[in-house]
Design a protein around this ligand. Structure first.
Ligand SMILES: NC(=O)c1ccc[n+]([C@@H]2O[C@H](COP(=O)([O-])OP(=O)(O)OC[C@H]3O[C@@H](n4cnc5c(N)ncnc54)[C@H](O)[C@@H]3O)[C@@H](O)[C@H]2O)c1
Ligand SMILES: O=c1ccn([C@@H]2O[C@H](COP(=O)(O)OP(=O)(O)O[C@H]3O[C@H](CO)[C@@H](O)[C@H](O)[C@H]3O)[C@@H](O)[C@H]2O)c(=O)[nH]1
Length: 435
């Protein structure tokens, strides 16, 4: 099939590359010319395992190319996937500015009988809006079909997820369009859910809202466990073995971040408000997550009272491991709070440092290794559970720090090993071993 993908971010680029890899002829369009030039030369502007190899392979076999010119990118294409950003607006609702602009540009060059496929996460009803927006800007009289194909990949394992996800959702109010979408997606060999447009849009928000709820729930259980002498590792294990609960997404920590859960939970609350339906569960999920982000610094402040002039090493900055993405990373609020309390902050991340420099305070110093970050530090704080940070032995901290004092926001180390290491170790949701 001949496919255009609009937007070459985390979703658009991975979608474009993977659609090319299963045999489609794909042209990716982005308004960011620098990004397009980088991509044309076979370099991925984002860090995603396995992406560069597939990108280069499919450029070389002629299945994949890139352009910033809509006319060139839409020529001869039967499917146009929209994968531009839908960030959080000021009132919490999804901001559709990029969708609007993409629709206006698509409409200028659209060919007869094209199917518009929305990958971006959009409020329920937006696909109908997209159809209307394109139709009202058309230059030529053409018929368009519209489909929703929400994306469920996780950053850090985006390519793997595309070929190994749990399901693909295709939504349309037109049977023939659903058949076409199903045909394209057969190549991924995953279960396909066929549904109507609005249900497809809703599945995406409901899934993210449920996962965010699971995280805020386990964090609440962790905070209580800590106060009453239970260990959240054991609690989560015992809960997760019940198949009705499931053992994933029960890792307690400093809250969820990233470009999706924070904005999508707020967006669905806003969808509820527009439908005059309050969503108290999700409102509390959001509030609990905000509170959770402070929890580690609060532990530091409880222990030290005054951290002015203390040297703090922050280990891990990206919102989760295996990505360079800093969007809504808990490290942003943590470093700001440390600095506001007078601490001297040195940070280390294996991959996200360049992006972190754009969003963290200029007072944060950046280290090139764990050792470099903890050298001479009074306190080390683990904010992202990168494999390298998890594998760094607690015993080694004392070789570089004044005294090994570690606040672990991702529970990277078992309490048993922490005790053996001799380090002063604080984590989330376990009985205190130091006070
Ligand atoms: N990041 C994820 O893990 C993820 C997963 C599932 C769904 N989503 C959803 O997918 C959508 C895209 O997310 P993302 O993280 O890939 O965004 P992103 O910000 O990484 O990328 C968006 C890209 O679109 C480009 N763009 C903006 N306006 C354009 C236009 N008019 N024409 C062409 N290109 C344009 C930007 O230059 C950018 O490269 C969002 O709706 C998001 O909620 C994201
Ligand atoms: O048990 C857990 C699992 C995750 N997290 C945090 O939750 C956030 C999101 O993690 P994850 O879901 O792995 O990453 P994302 O790339 O944000 O993926 C989510 O958001 C995407 C965008 O909508 C969806 O496509 C995915 O299905 C959905 O998992 C991160 O800050 C994690 O640290 C926890 O705190 N505890």
């Amino acid at each position: 099939m001949e496919i255009s993908v609009i937007g070459t971010g985390y979703v658009g680029l991975v979608t474009g590359v993977c659609l090319a890899h299963i045999g489609n002829k794909v042209t990716c369009i982005d308004i960011d010319e620098e990004k397009i030039n980088t991509l044309k030369s076979g370099i991925s502007p984002i860090y995603e395992e396995g992406l560069t190899e597939l990108l280069q392979e499919n450029i070389n076999n002629g299945n994949l190319d890139f352009t910033s010119d809509y006319k060139e990118g839409l020529a001869g294409k039967k499917f146009v996937y929209i994968a531009v950003g839908t960030p959080q607006g000021e009132d919490g609702s999804a901001d559709l500015t990029y969708i609007d602009k993409a629709c206006e540009s698509i409409a200028q060059h659209l060919e007869e009988n094209t199917v518009i496929v929305t990958k971006s996460t959009v409020p329920v009803g937006t696909n109908e809006y997209i159809k209307g927006k394109i139709e009202s800007n058309l230059i030529n009289e053409v018929t368009i079909k519209i489909a929703s194909n929400p994306e469920f990949l996780r950053q850090g394992s985006a390519v793997y997820d595309t070929f190994n996800g749990d399901r693909i959702v295709v939504g349309s109010d037109d049977e023939e369009t659903l058949n076409l979408l199903e045909k394209i997606n057969e190549g991924f060999k995953l279960p396909i859910v066929r549904t109507d447009l609005r249900s497809a849009e809703m599945i995406k928000y409901a899934s993210n809202a449920f996962l965010a709820t699971k995280i805020s729930f386990i964090n609440e259980m962790a905070n209580l466990s800590e106060k009453i002498g239970a260990n959240i590792d054991h609690v989560a294990k015992g809960m997760g073995m019940d198949k009705r609960i499931g053992n994933s997404f029960l890792n307690a920590g400093i809250g969820y971040g990233g470009s999706c859960f924070p904005k999508d939970t707020r967006a669905i609350i806003s969808i509820g408000k527009k439908a005059q339906y309050d969503m108290p569960i999700l409102e509390n999920v959001v509030d609990a997550n905000e509170r959770q982000r402070d929890i580690l610094v609060d532990k530091v402040l409880k222990k030290y009272k005054d951290i002015s002039g203390k040297k703090v090493a922050v280990l891990g900055l990206a919102f989760k491991p295996n990505t360079d993405d800093m969007r809504e990373a808990p490290s942003i609020s943590v470093t700001n709070k440390l600095l506001a309390n007078g601490a001297i902050v040195t940070a280390y991340d294996p991959v996200a440092t360049d992006n972190a420099k754009e969003v963290l305070s200029s007072q944060v110093k950046f280290a090139k290794s764990i050792e470099d970050a903890i050298d001479g530090a009074d306190i080390a704080m683990i904010l992202t559970e990168w494999a390298e940070i998890k594998a760094y032995p607690l015993e080694s901290y004392k070789n570089y720090m004044n005294q090994a004092v570690i606040f672990d926001g991702r529970n990277c180390h078992s309490l048993e090993l922490a005790k053996e290491s001799g380090a002063v170790y604080h984590s989330i949701g376990r009985p205190s071993m130091n006070d």
